[in-house]
Ligand binder design. Structure first.
Ligand code: ADP
Length: 586
């Protein structure tokens, strides 16, 4: 192999090792690729999409299109209504061959029955024009003038145009032709329109034209407002959403309709739906046909398309922002839980190797000393006794370890049961310590024991409390290096009995003090790593404390020593369930 490929294969090797050794990295990478990347891409695409909607004002354009459509439909409906009204009175018109008096009477009847009409008329070239106006309005000077003007205009005009008009009208499916004009009411200009139509009951080859002019007051006070309300109600009922408002007003001047501008009118030439208030329409459309010269406008009530667009965009960005935050939060949470799982997995594997190690050492010692004794090579009574003591001590250690593991597995499986009996704790503590006395002295520890006299009996599980004490004492012995001191105190305090185990050993860093009670957890101190242990002892002590309704606390300073205090309440009422069984190292 050439040096280059050696380097390459080494790098690959290192990478492979890194990959298989770093579980957390593997998991996070999978998570990133499988979940985060697509989700982030989706958010990114949405963000871009929103930006382009914002830039192109696409939303506003969509609203406008919708409004345009609504206006087209509305104009059709309004026209339809106007056509219908005129078509409804056609049959009531008298025959052109009737007497003038009969014609007048018939036309007057049409007027009294239809207050919405200001004038009705009938024209034929032989008899001329008969134009009748609402009788009770004729006292109004403007109205009278209008009557006269129309009489004159229509008579002259129809004289020339009636034939051509009829020819055009007969080709239409709805034969009405409209003529809009400016007129006056109450001293102010207003708008009205007149429909010209052939009479259905008159032979087609005769030149006979009839007509009806809408009363402007009716148009502006009833017709338009009612139509607008109905249109809006229909639209709202169909789609819901933001309420809209509509208005009818004189169209802007353009070419033919130059005279019909808003400035040429008084106040009575705007009709709007209830929610209009004021302001300009968002979209408008000029009427043609019936109401030529007027325009129809539409907008949202109380808001504008631009504002709606802005709000929608802002909301969408907000939602997107929240989603991104959730995504990040999800990532953090997953990262933490993955880290926890990985840490726990590592702790478990450490635990297995620690326990195997812990089992092997006493076993080999026991075997070694037993073999030596068996071979009869030991000289002297004292040496023999010493060897026996070692065997006993090591088997005690084994028992303690196995008891811890068994207890732990019972707790994990939720099968740990305690048997509470009124117990003289002083005696229990004394007896337990007595079996340890030799070991304590032998390891060169100064031992201080202080047991308050006259302590009341406490309901406890004896074995469990003895095991807690053994664990605490063992830890004190294990984690002391320079100053070897062990203090055990039993005293009454505030409705509880407290058992305190004190040492002047290596101590525990502040940030580790809460963690040491988690299962498998062992502090980072090098001495701890050189000392055998399973990381189960304190988690058992805490479980036992809680099962007794008490607690265990630690006070410690690195290099100065630690004090563990187990509190056992005199009243057993507050016993807690197995809540720690599933807690793990953080
Ligand atoms: P083990 O002793 O088997 O490791 P424990 O659950 O008994 O497990 O203790 C957990 C950790 O707490 C120990 O690994 C050690 O880091 C720390 N610890 C416990 N007791 C003491 C003590 N008396 N002094 C210093 N550190 C201690």
């Amino acid at each position: 192999m050439d040096p280059e490929s050696v380097t390459r294969s080494r790098t690959m090797d290192r990478l492979r090792r890194f990959w298989s050794g770093n579980k957390r990295f593997q998991l996070m990478l999978t998570l990133e690729l499988a979940v985060m990347l697509p989700a982030a891409a989706l958010i990114g695409v949405n963000f871009y999409h929103l930006k382009s909607i914002e830039r192109d004002k696409a939303l506003e354009a969509a609203f406008h299109r919708d409004f345009q459509q609504m206006l087209v439909i509305s104009e059709k409906q309004i026209n339809h209504k106007a056509y219908g009204m005129v078509e409804g009175v056609r049959d009531r018109f008298p025959s052109p061959d009737a007497d003038k008096a009969d014609k007048i009477r018939a036309l007057d009847t049409v007027l009294t029955q239809h207050q919405s009409l200001a004038h009705v008329f009938l024209f034929d070239p032989v008899n001329g024009l008969v134009l009748r106006s609402q009788p009770d309005r004729l006292s109004d000077w403007h109205f009278l003038e209008e009557h006269r003007r129309l009489e004159k205009t229509f008579a002259g005009w129809l004289g020339f145009e009636a034939k051509t008009m009829l020819e055009t009208l007969r080709k239409r499916s709805r034969p009405v032709s409209w003529y809009a004009e400016r007129t006056k009411r109450n001293g102010r200009y207003t708008y009205t329109t007149t429909g010209f139509f052939p009479l259905p009951h008159v032979s087609k080859d005769r030149i006979v034209l009839a007509g009806a002019t809408f009363e402007p007051e009716y148009l502006w006070h009833s017709f338009f407002p009612e139509m607008l309300e109905a249109l809006i109600a229909y639209k709202h009922g169909e789609e819901g959403g933001n309420p809209i408002a509509m208005v009818v007003y004189p169209a802007e001047p353009d070419g033919d309709t130059a005279t019909l501008t808003l400035t040429g009118y008084g106040g009575d030439t705007t009709a709007s739906s209830a929610g209009w208030r004021d302001g300009a329409p968002e979209v408008s459309r000029n009427f043609s046909d019936v109401f030529d010269g007027l325009a129809l406008g539409i907008k949202f009530q109380g808001t504008s398309v631009a504002a709606l667009g802005r709000r929608w965009i802002t909301n969408s960005f907000l939602i997107l922002g929240v989603l991104s935050l959730l995504l990040v939060a999800g990532l953090v949470l997953t990262y933490r839980s993955v880290s926890k799982e990985v840490a726990l997995a590592r702790l478990k594997s450490d635990f297995v190797s620690n326990v195997s190690h812990e089992l092997r050492t006493p076993l080999s010692l026991i075997r070694l000393y037993a073999e030596t004794l068996e071979l009869g090579r030991v000289k002297g009574q004292q040496k023999t006794a010493e060897y026996y003591a070692i065997i006993r001590k090591e088997s005690e250690r084994l028992t303690a370890l196995i008891n811890n593991i068994l207890d732990f597995s019972r707790i994990e499986a939720g099968r740990k049961e305690y048997e509470f009996r009124q117990t003289d704790l002083a005696e229990l503590v004394r007896n337990t310590l007595d079996t340890y006395r030799a070991q304590i002295d032998e390891q060169g520890f100064t031992f201080e024991q202080s047991i308050d006299p006259g302590l009341p009996p406490v309901p406890v599980d004896r074995e469990a409390i003895a095991r807690s004490l053994v664990n605490l004492v063992n830890n004190a012995l294990k984690y002391s290096d320079r100053e070897k001191f062990l203090g055990v105190k039993l005293y009454r305090d505030d409705g509880a009995v407290k058992l305190e185990v004190r040492d002047r050993g290596i101590g525990i860093a502040r940030n580790e003090q809460a963690k040491i009670f988690d299962k498998f957890y062992r502090a980072g101190d090098p001495l701890v790593h050189n000392t055998k242990g399973s990381g189960l002892g304190l988690s058992l002590v805490r479980h036992i404390a809680h099962a007794h309704g008490g607690e265990v606390r630690v006070e410690s300073a690195p290099g100065k020593g630690s004090t563990f205090t187990l509190t056992l309440p005199l009243e057993p009422a507050a016993r807690q369930p197995d809540r720690d069984a599933v807690r793990m190292a953080g």
